[in-house]
Ligand binder design. Structure first.
Ligand SMILES: NC(=O)c1ccc[n+]([C@@H]2O[C@H](COP(=O)([O-])OP(=O)(O)OC[C@H]3O[C@@H](n4cnc5c(N)ncnc54)[C@H](OP(=O)(O)O)[C@@H]3O)[C@@H](O)[C@H]2O)c1
Length: 305
């Protein structure tokens, strides 16, 4: 197929973890992916969004741009809302004016963590911190403005890119002999690569004739653990590759005070996306192994120090 006839997926936030994985993912046949990083497009500028979406001549828009610094958001409320709520609203308006579908990413931190089971899309939201509040406000801004939307909530994202828990653990493993990690918050570690593949699968379906499954979906890797459990898995895999491994100590949230409160349980139920799109996530351990293969060389040295 010639490049002119491909359906272009435009990714806003192309420099983020999910953005970068989207840029290197293999698109479905007949699709191409173009990304704009923050330097090319600031999503707090409505005119710039409208013009970028017009110039791109795309058939599907993905918003992977976000203010994602959970603790800093507590003291930067305005900035978090400017990106996560207002930016989302501007993108939805630009999509509506061009009759374009939008996939927007959101977070498990819209929930308060008091549920004893996995959260479904119909569970009530009650964010505990400013980041979660701003993301929840972004979800509403999109639902209010654009029918053709897909909101994909995900969780505990890791990748070889940028800052994330996996890379922080590998760094601390080189620097310290012992690390205390929180063992009373449970969630679903999720590879940005798997989110990217899911987005493209959903995009392919959504641009098809008669598609009517718009709405909110959960997607995360299968299986659940605590941050301590994830750290254990990271260091077990790192040790197998000869990388330095510190002693790990399980601690409680109370022992590790942070500016933002986080949900004790933010496990997401992914039944709805499985039923609507046939997407069944792989186990987080398999996704983690793949990420560590990329991050750690055969001698166990972090290739991206
Ligand atoms: N990371 C997680 O654990 C996690 C968990 C659940 C849900 N999510 C959601 O998943 C999505 C993707 O997350 P991610 O981990 O890929 O985030 P990320 O790595 O932090 O990437 C976000 C990107 O957005 C950019 N950005 C920030 N403000 C912008 C603006 N005004 N205009 C344009 N770009 C801007 C950032 O650039 P700068 O670096 O220059 O600011 C960064 O490149 C987000 O919606 C996030 O809320 C993430």
């Amino acid at each position: 197929m010639s490049s002119e006839r491909r359906i272009r997926v435009l990714v806003l936030g192309g420099d983020g973890q999910v953005g970068r994985e989207l840029m290197r993912a293999v698109p479905p046949a007949g699709f191409s992916v173009t990304g704009l990083g923050r330097d090319a497009l600031d999503i707090t500028r409505p005119d710039a969004i409208a013009s970028a979406i017009g110039v791109a001549q795309c058939g599907f828009v993905v918003n992977a741009a976000a203010y994602t610094q959970v603790d800093r958001a507590e003291s930067e409320r305005e900035q978090a809302f400017a990106v996560n709520r207002d930016g989302a609203a501007y993108i939805a308006e630009a999509c509506r004016s061009r009759d374009l579908p939008l996939l927007h990413l959101s977070t498990d931190y819209v929930f308060d963590g008091t549920k004893a089971a996995a959260y479904t899309e119909s569970d009530a939201v009650r964010p505990l911190g400013v980041y979660g509040e701003s993301k929840e406000a972004g979800e509403r801004a999109i639902r209010d403005r654009l029918d053709q939307h897909l909101i994909l909530r995900t969780a505990w994202v890791f990748s070889p890119f940028r800052h994330n828990f996996v890379k922080t653990m590998l760094r601390l493993g080189r620097e310290r002999e012992e690390i205390g990690v929180v063992d009373d918050q449970t969630g679903c570690p999720t590879a940005a690569a798997d989110i990217a593949r899911t987005i493209l699968t959903v995009a392919e379906r959504a641009v098809g004739d008669g598609f009517d499954r718009w709405g909110t979906y959960h997607f995360c890797n299968a299986g659940l653990t605590t941050w301590h459990g994830l750290a254990r898995a990271i260091f077990a895999a790192a040790a197998a590759r000869g990388a330095p491994t510190p002693r790990l100590r399980a601690i409680e949230t109370l022992d590790y005070p942070t500016p933002a409160r986080r949900p004790a349980n933010s496990v997401l139920d992914c039944g709805r996306i499985a039923a609507a799109f046939g997407i069944t996530p792989r186990l987080w351990r398999a996704a983690l192994d793949e990420c560590l293969d990329e991050l750690l060389g055969p001698d166990g040295r972090d290739k991206r120090q």
